[in-house]
Design a protein around this ligand. Structure first.
Ligand SMILES: [Zn+2]
Length: 452
C-alpha cells in the first residue's frame, strides 16, 4: 500500500473526488428539469460531441457523411451507422481523440500498472472481458469521470443530501476494471468507504461486511443479494439504509431479499465501461431513469432505424455525451431495453425503462430453439435455500452448480418441467451442490449463465 505510484494516484484521486462532489449539486438539480429542458440540453451536448468527433476522430469523421454537427438533432443520429463492439476495439487508433494516445500505449499502461493511475493526459485506462467475449480497452477523460460519477450518485444524493458516513463498496476491488473508481465515492471529505473485493471467498466478504457495519452498500447485485440472504439467515447483522446495485442484472430474488432483510431503497444501475452509466433507479418508482441529459438511447430495428416505444426493437444503441476521449456514437450495447410509460412517482421527467434483465448472450440456443435465461431463474432464483448458482449449457440441456442447501433432485425436476414449458421437453439436467462458484478473476463478476 505504501507504493509511491499508489500515493501519487491517491493525491490526484482526492482532487477528482472533490470535483465530483462539486458537480453533484448541478446533477441533482437536473433530475427535476422539465422534459423540454432535458431535450434542449442534450441537443447542445450532442452537437458538441459530434463536432468534436468529426474534427478529432478519423473513424467518426468518415462515417458522418453529410451530417452537420452544428444543426444536428437526436433524430439525425439515425444517419450514422451503428457502432459494434468488435469494430470499436479493432479501429481503436482511429477512434481515440487524445493526441499521442493509441491502443499500444493503453495496453502498456494496463500491462505495467500496479494500481489504478492517471496518464499524463489525466486519462484512466480500463479493461473488461465482457459477456460477448471481446476484450475491451477503454479510456475515460478527467471531466468524463466527473460526469459519470455524478450520474452514478445523483439519485442517492437527491434522496439523502448528506450521504452515508460509511459506505461499503462491493466491486472488482482493483485494476483494470472501472467499477471500483466509479463506485468508491465517499459522500463527503469526512465520510469513509471500505472496498470489499467481490471475487473474494464469500466468508471473507461476509467478515468484511460485519466489520464495516456500513450505513449504505454499493456494488455487484449478486453479492449484495447474497449479503441480504445472509442477514435473513441470521449470519450478518448490518442495517444499510440505502442500497445501490450495479454491474450485473438485479434479479427479482435479490431485490426481494434486499427488501426483506433491510427494507432499504434500492438504486439499481445499468452501465457499461463504454458509456459509463446509462440508467439508474430513483429508489421510489419502478424501473430505471435513463440519464437522458448525458446518454441518448435509440431502440432500433435490424438495419439501425429507430422504432417507436411500443414497437419491438432488435437492438439498443447508446451515445455517451460525456465521452470525448473515445467517442461512442450509436454503440450497440447488446442489451434490450423496454420503455416504461407514464410519470414516475418521484416527480422526475427523466424517462424510464424497465430493469435490464441481461444480455441477449445469456440466452441458450439449442438448434433453432432459444431458451431465455429467465427459464432457469424462475426455478433457481426463488428457492431460498439456494444462495448462488451457475448454469452451464450442455448439448442436451444444462449442468447447474448451486451453493446452499436445496434438494438437488427437486431442483432438477423443477428445471426439467420449466424447460418443457419453454418448448424443450426431455432436457437433460444435472444439478450439483458445490461449496463456491468461482467469480471472474479480474472483474469479480459472477457469470450465472455460460452458453455452449
Ligand atoms: Zn423515479
Amino acid at each position: 500500500m505504501a507504493h509511491p505510484g499508489h500515493a501519487a494516484y491517491e493525491r490526484l484521486r482526492a482532487a477528482h473526488l472533490a470535483a465530483v462532489r462539486g458537480a453533484l449539486d448541478d446533477h441533482v438539480a437536473r433530475l427535476d428539469w422539465s422534459a423540454e429542458r432535458i431535450e434542449s440540453h442534450r441537443t447542445e451536448r450532442l452537437r458538441a460531441l459530434l463536432g468534436w468527433a468529426r474534427e478529432r476522430s478519423p473513424f467518426h469523421a468518415a462515417r458522418m457523411g453529410g451530417l452537420d454537427p452544428a444543426t444536428a438533432t437526436v433524430a439525425d443520429l439515425a444517419a450514422l451507422p451503428p457502432m459494434l463492439k468488435g469494430e470499436a476495439q479493432q479501429e481503436w487508433d482511429a477512434i481515440v481523440t487524445v493526441p499521442g494516445v493509441d491502443r499500444a500505449a493503453a495496453e502498456r499502461v494496463l500491462a505495467t500498472q500496479e494500481w489504478f493511475g492517471y496518464t499524463p493526459d489525466a486519462l484512466q485506462v480500463f479493461s473488461s472481458g465482457g459477456s460477448s467475449g471481446v476484450r475491451g480497452v477503454y479510456v475515460w477523460g478527467w471531466e468524463q469521470f466527473v460526469t459519470l460519477a455524478c450520474l452514478a450518485w445523483r439519485w442517492q444524493r437527491r434522496a439523502d443530501p448528506a450521504g452515508p458516513e460509511r459506505l461499503a463498496v462491493l466491486s472488482a476491488g482493483g485494476p483494470p476494471h472501472a467499477s471500483t473508481p466509479l463506485f468508491d465515492v465517499p459522500a463527503s471529505a469526512s465520510a469513509s468507504t471500505v472496498v470489499i473485493p467481490a471475487a473474494a471467498p464469500f466468508d471473507e466478504v461476509l467478515a468484511a461486511a460485519r466489520v464495516a457495519r456500513p450505513a449504505a452498500l454499493v456494488g455487484y447485485a449478486s453479492v449484495i443479494g447474497r449479503l441480504a440472504r445472509a442477514t435473513l439467515a441470521g449470519d450478518l447483522d448490518i442495517r444499510p439504509a440505502r442500497v445501490s446495485t450495479n454491474s450485473e442484472p438485479l434479479t427479482e430474488e435479490d431485490r426481494e431479499a434486499i427488501e426483506n432483510a433491510w427494507g432499504a431503497p434500492v438504486h439499481n444501475l445499468w452501465g457499461s465501461t463504454e458509456i459509463g452509466v446509462q440508467a439508474v433507479g430513483c429508489g421510489i418508482g419502478e424501473g430505471l431513469h435513463v440519464c437522458a441529459d448525458e446518454v441518448i438511447l435509440e431502440r432500433v430495428d435490424a438495419v439501425g432505424r429507430p422504432v417507436g416505444p411500443d414497437e419491438p426493437a432488435v437492438r439498443t444503441l447508446a451515445t455517451g455525451l460525456a465521452g470525448y476521449a473515445f467517442p461512442f456514437l450509436r454503440y450497440d450495447l447488446g442489451d434490450d431495453v423496454t420503455p416504461l410509460p407514464g410519470p414516475c412517482p418521484c416527480g422526475s421527467a427523466m424517462p424510464r425503462i424497465a430493469a435490464v434483465a441481461g444480455r441477449r448472450d445469456d440466452d441458450f440456443r439449442y438448434g433453432a430453439l432459444v431458451v431465455p435465461a429467465s427459464a432457469f431463474r424462475l426455478v433457481l432464483g426463488v428457492d431460498p435455500r439456494i444462495s448462488e448458482y451457475q448454469v452451464h449449457q450442455t448439448r442436451a440441456g444444462a449442468e447447474v452448480l448451486v451453493v446452499g442447501s436445496p434438494d438437488p433432485a427437486a431442483v432438477r425436476a423443477a428445471l426439467i418441467t420449466e424447460l418443457a414449458r419453454f418448448g424443450f421437453p426431455g432436457a437433460v439436467v444435472d444439478v450439483r451442490l458445490v461449496d463456491r462458484i468461482p467469480r471472474n478473476a479480474a472483474s469479480g463478476k459472477l457469470a450465472r449463465f455460460l452458453p455452449l
